[in-house]
Ligand binder design. Sequence first.
Ligand code: SAM
Length: 200
Amino acid sequence: MHTKELIKEVFSRNGFQLNQQQIDLFYVYLQELKRWNKVHNLTSIEEDHLIVVRHFLDSISLSLCFEEKSIRVDGLSVCDVGSGAGFPGVPLKIFYGDRINLTLIESVHKKCSFLEYLKVKLSLDYEVLCTRAEKVERTFDLVVCRALGKLEDILELLRRLSSRYIFIMKGSEVPTGFDYCRISLPDIKESYVIFLQNIR
Ligand SMILES: C[S@@+](CC[C@H](N)C(=O)[O-])C[C@H]1O[C@@H](n2cnc3c(N)ncnc32)[C@H](O)[C@@H]1O
């Protein structure tokens, strides 16, 4: 099966109907991720189907949690902290387009270079802050992260960066006392997202 067909089919099976432009962007993203990975080791996931499910679909599944919590993303500033090779921020930008203003924070220079390259290659409008998140003094409406670190180590940082909402993607179950979404899709058996509202 051609990779574009694979992307379309995986998303469709999981309830997301992508348009042709989105499919084309995910296709180029996948090719570039694999190409850069040969030299820069950006991700341990290298097989097409796994990249589509574990990186692209998993990132987009966050939109289900936005909906569950009745959050309309339109016009919001969104920040992905510790974006790595762009997850979940870049797939969210492909999905929402101009509806969100996206900033990616990443401290490792080779990953920032990839994110900057990808921005031009995909003609996407987002900003990359190549620094430790602790040094960023701005705030964002909606702060997201995946695999950033232990909850107790990142909570204060995320609260400081967010003026409204925080979504923390977690593979495993959520400690008691936190609001969360449980995501279950045909290709994502079970994943959790912690949801916090920042009340200052
Ligand atoms: C395990 S990777 C996850 C990357 C991506 N979010 C994903 O899910 O594929 C964590 C990333 O966060 C970055 N990172 C960790 N702590 C950070 C901090 N305080 N400021 C900026 N980036 C950070 C690391 O450089 C790394 O690229």
